[in-house]
Design a protein around this ligand. Structure first.
Ligand SMILES: NC(=O)c1ccc[n+]([C@@H]2O[C@H](COP(=O)([O-])OP(=O)(O)OC[C@H]3O[C@@H](n4cnc5c(N)ncnc54)[C@H](OP(=O)(O)O)[C@@H]3O)[C@@H](O)[C@H]2O)c1
Length: 291
């Protein structure tokens, strides 16, 4: 049985669905009041718990051969801080899994995680990787690059579909190998099911690194119209866009994530989704419904 923590989120939900479709028994640790009805209807067993409540984690881990976590506080807030959830909560889960005799723990980190990172979220990911490696369990660190859904989709797709300007920070010339959430989930499931993933860190991205200009061109080609783009300086406030998003975009303008994970994709049987195909599917899924 696989315990999935984060199953009500984007990546975790895909992992639950994919595991169930392969006939794997899945338990999902979900918070009371969280939207877990769809997971239950798919056939996942629901264990109510919270990463901030260590006592709930031991029961959830009982009998799990593998624990996989995608949980994080980035989109939550309130009491769900990086310290309470990403750091302390993940460590409590690792401890609970080790105590319950779990054989394999899969931790979702992020490409570029480093203990020297000035970004707490990214620093904590690296610290958790070290904590997991010292746990005594077999481990896998999945370190995906930025998701197409979270970045090209939100930064270019949503404003383009709403006929608003696309706002880019800095020069937008850095290259990033964005990965489709679907592909990240395929890697996660392969990591869970394929023993060769044990005790390895898997840095996974999309098939080709692109600049923001290329992302815009890809949407323009798929929509058959031009998309107005406005470039702003790092630190500049833009009405209607959260400053935190603008500062993350400024961060993406300071480095390239142009790396080749095609060998890993071949090893784990994952077909990497090209941006153009992903954009066409994204547009189809986000087209306003004609009633
Ligand atoms: N988005 C990207 O571009 C990107 C890139 C690289 C790596 N990643 C990593 O990929 C992973 C998945 O990202 P995602 O976008 O799929 O995340 P997401 O949609 O924000 O999902 C977060 C999940 O964490 C759960 N969670 C939050 N606080 C919790 C708590 N206190 N106790 C138990 N569960 C809690 C949420 O449950 P509720 O529904 O109850 O809140 C939800 O299921 C993350 O680890 C992220 O850092 C993301």
């Amino acid at each position: 049985m696989v315990l999935v923590v984060g199953g009500t989120g984007q990546l975790g939900g895909r992992i639950v669905r994919e595991l169930l479709s392969k006939g794997v028994k899945v338990r999902a640790l979900c918070r009371r009041g969280s939207g877990y009805g769809a997971l239950a209807r798919m056939g996942a067993e629901i264990a109510i718990g919270d990463l901030k409540d260590a006592s709930s984690l031991e029961a959830a881990c009982a009998g799990a051969d593998t624990v996989v976590t995608t949980a994080n506080a980035a989109r939550r807030g309130g009491e769900d801080t990086v310290d309470a959830v990403d750091l302390q909560g993940t460590r409590a889960l690792i401890d609970a899994a080790a105590k319950a005799g779990t054989g394999h723990f899969v931790f979702t980190s992020v490409y570029g995680a480093s203990v020297d990172s000035p970004i707490p979220f990214v620093k904590v990911k690296a610290e958790n990787e070290e904590y997991l490696k010292a746990s005594g369990m077999a481990w896998t660190v999945l370190a995906p690059n930025a998701f197409m859904e979270s970045w090209p989709g939100k930064v270019v797709g949503l404003p383009a579909m709403a006929n608003r300007d696309v706002v880019l920070v800095g020069e937008g010339t850095r290259r990033h190998a964005y990965i489709a959430e679907h592909d990240a989930a395929q890697f996660a499931v392969a990591a869970i099911m394929n023993p060769v993933a044990r005790n390895r860190r898997l840095e996974v991205g999309g098939p080709k690194a692109v600049t923001w200009a290329e992302v815009v061109q890809t949407y323009e080609a798929a929509l058959g119209r031009s998309i107005p783009v406005r470039y702003v300086a790092p630190g500049e406030h833009v009405d209607g866009i959260l400053d935190v998003l603008l500062s993350l975009l400024a961060g993406y303008d300071r480095f390239d994530s142009d790396f080749d994970s095609s060998a890993l994709a071949a090893e784990f049987g994952v077909t990497q989704t090209p941006l153009a195909a992903w954009v066409r599917a994204w547009i189809a899924a986000n087209q306003p419904r004609i009633s």
